[in-house]
Ligand binder design. Structure first.
Ligand code: NAD
Length: 368
């Protein structure tokens, strides 16, 4: 049953980490390392069962393979989950024990923060391993990824507009933004500068107020955001918002936003969007700016370089939409195809023996 599940998602390796002393139950999923080390955050969650935790880590780590590949990064897909209540069960010992397990993988997996874990937790992990990224600016890390995610969303939206109208200008276009959090705030700044008309919502109206003050956006009740007569819908709050209920209400021509897992049912709703002629910028391709930013930490961090790379999301979305149109397939399928093509082609050139890394350690020892 265990291997069946692992093979279903096509994983290379799954590591179960246990320490009674540290109250640690963690699973690390390494999906595919063709392009490079598997990178992905550590999620801490009160899973209803261990099987749920396993399925979550398998699903999330596979998603990271596609995200890194389509973003043009030399990284594979990985993710980790820690089973426990992030509000009650966290200790220094737990995260340091987890760091030991990450270290034991010798760089095959690089971790970062995710839902339920914080920069502070990652500092404990970093005490035991260097294979952690997304750390605090004060410690030489890249800090908040939101401006990079937002910039990627903004240029991705422009690429979608170019596909729709032949021009990528957002001046005078109406954009409905769901959520007034970190990503939305920066997206709205870009939109306002370009002269777009913004409609914004948040379940906490106060959070929307600062955006409204800075950008002259109009507030919309959270339940009404799907009905706004806007050109673009920019979901930046939560997942599964493209579903049976909302999809029939939408008059948008483009969906381009930062939220993860926007399609409630990938195959069903991706196809409906295509049939309705709504241009959908696949979530994991358009919101890769944050991943691009932490990936830059691994090579010595420069924010300008990270921002420039996030800007390449424009071309990525353009390519995906071109494939989608010419092959008459939903854009998320086109995006998966693009990712798989890159993994397969780079995998092929890696079959060529370079003489550099494969045996250097052993040959070095032999020559001593
Ligand atoms: P955030 O928590 O700062 O903002 C989310 C906002 O959405 C909050 O203000 C929250 O009150 C609001 N919200 C929640 N439910 C809502 C609802 N039903 N209607 C309206 N508003 C609602 O989060 P963020 O960092 O801005 O991330 C936004 C989304 O983008 C998330 O889905 C996140 O997973 C995804 N994402 C973020 C990054 C990043 O760099 N921060 C990177 C990739 C993906």
């Amino acid at each position: 049953m265990l291997f069946e599940e692992i093979r279903k998602y096509d994983h290379e390796q799954v590591v179960f980490c246990s320490s009674e002393e540290a109250n640690l139950k963690a699973i690390i999923g390494i999906h595919d390392t063709t392009l490079g080390p598997a990178l992905g955050g550590t999620r801490m969650w009160m899973y209803a069962s261990e099987t749920d935790a396993l399925i979550d880590v398998l699903r999330l780590s596979r998603g990271m393979t596609y995200k890194a590949a389509v973003a043009g990064l030399n990284l594979g897909g990985g993710k980790a989950v820690i089973i426990g209540d992030p509000h009650k069960d966290k200790t220094e010992l737990m995260y340091r024990a987890f760091g030991r397990f990450v270290d034991g993988l010798a760089g095959r997996y690089i971790t970062a923060e995710d839902v339920g874990t914080s920069v502070q937790d990652m500092e404990y992990v970093r005490m035991e391993t260097k294979y952690v990224t997304g750390i605090d600016k004060a410690l030489g890390g890249s800090g908040d990824p939101s401006p990079f995610t937002a910039y990627g969303v903004y240029v991705g939206m422009k690429a979608a507009m170019k596909e729709l109208t032949g021009s990528d200008s957002l001046a005078g276009k109406k954009v409905a933004v769901q959520g007034a959090g970190n990503v939305a705030k920066y997206v709205c700044d870009h939109l306002a500068k370009d002269g777009a008309k913004i409609f914004v919502t948040d379940i906490y109206e106060d959070k929307a107020k600062s955006i409204i003050a800075d950008t002259k956006a109009e507030y919309v009740h959270p339940d009404k955001i799907y009905d706004v007569d806007a050109d673009v819908f920019c979901p930046c709050a939560l997942g599964a918002i493209i579903n049976d209920d909302t999809i029939n209400r939408m008059k948008f021509k483009i969906i381009a936003g930062g939220a993860n897992n926007q399609l409630a049912d990938e195959n069903k709703h991706g196809k409906i969007l295509m049939d309705k002629g709504i241009i959908y910028a696949p979530d994991y391709a358009i919101n890769a700016g944050g991943l691009i930013n932490v990936a830059n930490e691994l090579e010595g961090y420069h924010s300008e370089r990270a921002m420039k790379q996030a800007g390449q999301i424009y071309d990525t979305i353009k390519t995906i939409l071109t494939i989608s149109k010419s092959e008459k397939i939903p854009s998320h399928v086109a995006s998966n195809k693009l990712a798989e093509a890159r993994i397969n082609s780079i995998g092929k050139i890696r079959q060529v023996y370079s003489g550099k890394s494969e045996f250097s350690g052993r040959l070095g020892e032999i020559s001593k």
